[in-house]
Every structure is written in structure tokens, then in C-alpha cells.
Ligand binder design. Sequence first.
Ligand code: UD1
Length: 417
Amino acid sequence: MQEYIIEGGRKLEGEVYISGSKNASLPIIAASILNGSSTKLYHVPNIHDTQITLKILKYLGCKVSKNGDKIEINSKPMKSTEIPEDLMRQMRSTVIMAGAIVGRFKEAVFTYPGGCEIGARPIDLHLNAFKKLGINIEENAGFIRCKCDKIIGANINLDFPSVGATENIILASVLAEGETTITNAAMEPEIEDLAIFLNRMGAKIEGAGTNIVKITGVKKLKEVSYKVMPDRIETGTFLCAAAVTGGNLILNQVVPEHITPIIYKLQEAGAKIEVGNKKIEIQVPKKLKAVDIKTMPYPGFPTDMQSIFGAMLTTAKGTSVIIENIFENRYKYLTELQRMGAKIQIEGKMAVIKGVKRLSAATVTSTDLRGGAALVIAGLGARGITKVENIEYIQRGYEKLEEKLTKIGAKIELKNT
Ligand code: UD1
């Protein structure tokens, strides 16, 4: 077990290089199953969730080699189509592998995925879509068995624009017979990144990044090299770290258009932001003002930034209202922040945060990835020494967080307990 010890109250200043996107890397790594040959990936973050995905690929028989942020996968030797239960349960997005496995082998066996405790997170949309593609699904003793002779393109309308379901349908249908159309598809940039990657492999996907995605099945896919997009949630996290400490940061290797709602909300709160080519500069000369937030599917305000903003707003001037519309259990971190003196009321989807002058350090526990990162943000702004426990959650999604924060002036130490 590890924890962070943070001495708060230091202004963050300097430059940060943003890592490759976790949420783009995971489906792209899964997609490397489809070509049955070699895939070279660059800018893949070295975090727990990418490590688990690669571990599953190795278990299934793929050859995987790693050198810094470069990963080479050869899926030719892959034979097994069954994802082991213990690995499946280690994170939510293992379910994405099902689409890639069944897409290539016309069979896959897996169990319900694990992941952050932020809500029920069912996979009904994934499984219903598979059925529409002609895939037979049997559930027995917690195992889900997918099988078919061939996958046939279909029209699929999603009840909700689920990111994972959109990705899974794309993965399952690139090698299908005929055309698949997803309506009410999720529009997140990570889906577009997956589609660009697959198209380089020889797939025919149109409209990714909009709410209608068309996939025309192809017979074969080829070798590919690809650089994964930057992580927009890591970008937002560092912007909030600067904001909470009254700092001044330049973030490099970013795509500013991906974080438009975050930039607007920070500006509304009083931050000065300049957007350049693959670069964002933030200056926070005075105390932030309260702002209201409603999480929405992209291009709305991202649910993954809700907790990071929530932590930042605990010391903003005035009262902020947050409405969480995507996940029903994403306010656990707020209870931890109350231990640091935050004034918060939670009612269903709504959290009302009354800004206090400053938080006081305390021992707090991460309960999920972004909620854990929110506690780090709170600790950076608080008076005294904050201990953040259970940081394994944070390490699922942030690469070298303590190293990056130390370089820009934070006092944060990683300790084994
Ligand atoms: C992805 C992201 C996650 C982000 C989320 C929403 C990855 C690896 N993770 O998660 O960081 O917070 O998008 O932007 O990319 N739902 C169903 N049935 C389903 C699928 C989803 O009811 O079959 C519901 C979920 O419970 C949730 C909502 O749809 O309430 C959105 O979930 P979804 O977009 O699928 O999120 P993930 O793909 O799991």
C-alpha cells in the first residue's frame, strides 16, 4: 500500500508535459487484437490500467514489448479467447476487449468487469448491441459467452451515448459483413482517436466524434504505428492544481479543443487562460469565484473532471452547485473533503459547495481514481500536511503524478505503508 504526503500551500509554477490518454490507450491496445499482426504505439501512459490491458493481451497469447511510452504488440500468435476472471475484475474497460476478441475470432468469454465504485456501471448496452450484430450471448455462473459464425452489420441505436458501448460496437464490427450504423453514439475524442487508429489499420469508419458512426466491414486489417492523443483529464487536473494554488503553469502536448468546457469554467471562476498550438497557459492571480457545473456526455462538462473541480471549488468565493448526471455514486470524495473543513451538502445528483477560506490538512482516503486525484488537489491548496491514502486508485490513471507535481514546486512524497 502507498500513500501521498502533501505539504500544501505552495504556488505551482513551471511547465508540464501531458501524458498519452488513458481512455484512448485502452481501446486502442484492445484493437491491436484485430489485425492479427504488429502494432506499434507511442505516447502510451505507463499506468496500472494500461499494464492490466497488456497483461491480458499476453495471457491471450500476444507478444508484447515495452520501451518507455512505446509499446509493440504482435497479435498473430494469439489463440485464447477467454479473459481470466481475476484480470477482468481489475478494471472496467476490460469489457472493451470483448468487442475486439469477438470481432476477430467470432467468440469470446469474459465475466462482468470491475472498476471504480462510482455507480452500478452495467454493460447491457454493450451486450444488446452485440446481439444486434448477430452474436449469440449466453450467461452462466457469472461468465458471458459470445459466439457466432459471422458478425453481420446492423443499425444500432444507443439508449444512452455510452463511451464504452460505442467503442465496443466499433471494435466488433470493423471485420463484420456489411455496414453498421450507430446512432446516438458517444462523441468523446477518445472514440475519434480509436477510429483514426483503426482506419490507419485499414478499417472503414466514418463519423467518429459525431453522434452517428458508420462502420463498413472490411475483410482484413494491416500493421500499424500510431501515437495516442494527449490525456484531456490529466490536462484538466493540472489546470485545477494551478488554480487551487494561485499558480502559473504551461501545459505542453495538449489538445485545447478537447477541454473547451473546462477552460470556460476556469475562466468563469477567474483564471486567465491562453491557448496556443498544443499548449495551454494558466495564470490565477486572485481567489477563484464559485461556478456551477453540470456533467454531460461530450462536448459537455466531463464527469471525470467533476471531482477535481469539486475539490477546487471548496475554497472558491461563494456557493457552487454541481449536478452529476452520468454516474450516480460520484460524490464519495466530498465526504473526505468535509474532514478537511469543506462545507458541502449532498442531495441526490446535486452537491452544494459553500466556499471556505482554506481547507485544513487531514488524513483522507481515495475511493476512486478521479476522487483520489481530487484529494490531492485539495491537499495542494490546504494548510498543513495532508495524507492521501489508497493512492492505488490514483495510480490507475495518472502517470508519475508526484514527479510531475514536484517539478512544478509541489511538496508531495510517495510513501510505502
Ligand atoms: C468511460 C470512461 C470514463 C468516463 C465515462 C463517461 C474509459 C475507459 N472510461 O467509461 O472515464 O467517466 O466514459 O464519460 O473510457 N451505462 C449503462 N449501460 C451500459 C453502459 C453504460 O447503463 O451498458 C451507463 C453507465 O452506468 C453510466 C453511463 O451509461 O451511467 C455512461 O457510461 P459510459 O459512457 O459507458 O462510461 P464508460 O465507457 O464505462
